[in-house]
Design a protein around this ligand. Sequence first.
Ligand code: F6P
Length: 548
Amino acid sequence: MGTLTQSPAWQRLLAHKASLGSHLRDLFERDTQRFEHFSASGAGIFLDYSKNRITRETLDCLIALARQQDVEAWRDAMLRGDRINTTENRAVLHTALRNRSNTPVMMEGLDVMPMVNEGLAKMRAFSEAVREGQWTGFSGKPIKDIVNIGIGGSDLGPCMAAEALKPYGHPDLSVHFVSNVDATHIYETLRHLDPATTLFIVSSKTFTTDETLTNAASARTWLIGASEDPGALAKHFVAVSTNLSEVERFGIPAENMFPFEDWVGGRYSLWSPIGLSLAVFIGMDAFEEMLSGAHEMDIHFRDTPLAKNLPVLLALMGIWNINFEGMSAHAILPYDQYLAHLPAYLQQLDMESNGKTVDRQGRPVNYATGPVIFGEPGTNGQHAFYQLIHQGWPRISADILFPALSLHPLADHHIKLLANALAQGEALMRGKTAEEARAELVAAGLPPETIGRLLPHKIFAGNHPTNTLMVDRMTPRRLGALLALYEHKIFVQGIIWNINSFDQWGVELGKQLAKPLLAELRGSQPQPHDSSTAGLFREIAKVRSRAI
Ligand code: F6P
């Protein structure tokens, strides 16, 4: 097999791109049905992708690329539990966690659904006990604060979803997320809390992650210090992990552990017991609603023809923009304050999955893969970084997301929010020509010299692609569908780029190098380092010795 860039479908796309040449606004002028041609819906999500610089032929070529790369066969392999994560020799079965149809999912001859259902039942019993005040702390008082201690996928998903679904949260419970090994994070979280009414959920797939164990140890000291009873641990600590022996070594009893399997990847684990903090906060019914939304999207992904399949379409727009339009950054712009943490969540989901430069066979790739993901809720981002998207040097694509209805219909806030969301998509697409800018300046009565001076600054190139994603309301079900949509989009892109989206070896080197540096900071014999690292080490030591 030749490389992807030499393949017929890729070559056809290159030839097509060379002949395309039109500005997005021209494409809209030429085809008044563009919106109808380039929009689709599924699982309660409406997608308008007409503001990408594509024609019907582009879409045909992209779908041919998806077929050539066997997207459908790979999708089916993932859904049936094949070990498609080959560098870790693991299946990728997060879809089984939300398989609300409860049909058997056979992995190597074993149906995983009884295990999944058992996990959900344990989560339900626990979350109800906490929510109803039956689970009490060392002094007999019910729990008021839940602190999830985890990092990466064991933090970002539940943290993002707890914010997104805040209106569904228990009125007497607060949920907090501690991830950073920086003591500030746990200090600032715990200083307002009462140990007698605080429950810690230590979430770590491996239970060896240094940040999480350091934070959990400090939380344990805080709790035992207040309760003066090591036995209090069992009332205030539960663990979510795949590693029973490490959980027990930490001091958490086996009955307080919520297990899951190694076929759940860290960044795909929100649906597993890693979502426990969220489940306690919003209740198991709402949590299962979220699973149902994700399941609806899984069914849509499995059964819908490629040309109407939302994850496939989003993936193909990304491939087009990255590989053929030369974009290396993609903005996530939710016009929904509750989705404030969605960009951070998608950063891990996308960048840890597709930030790779060798293909599945271990060969270097000669094409761009995953983009830089960034974002902020609109309208805040408009007053910060949108300038660069509109008029800056890099070309950036974006997803604009919004609910048509607000959960807080206060005065005219929501229609203002919607107007801004639509205006940004339109502005990015159309831009403003020199003629239009000049006409505005003339209409404002400015003298010719001022017009000449200002004109270059007033021009917008436009032609910036956006996808617009709409839901009716941001409910648990819709959130589930939205997240599953992004998961599958990223999966499809990984298949097309022929990379393994499910490992993350790139995070290892920094972890490895931190170990000897930590020992040196503790006073062990200095190791040889480059002059920058060694110099910085000496500067740190100087400051620290003065402070002691
Ligand atoms: O950063 C690497 C990583 O392995 C992520 O993939 C994962 O989500 C995170 O660390 C946390 O890992 P664990 O759940 O094992 O503590």
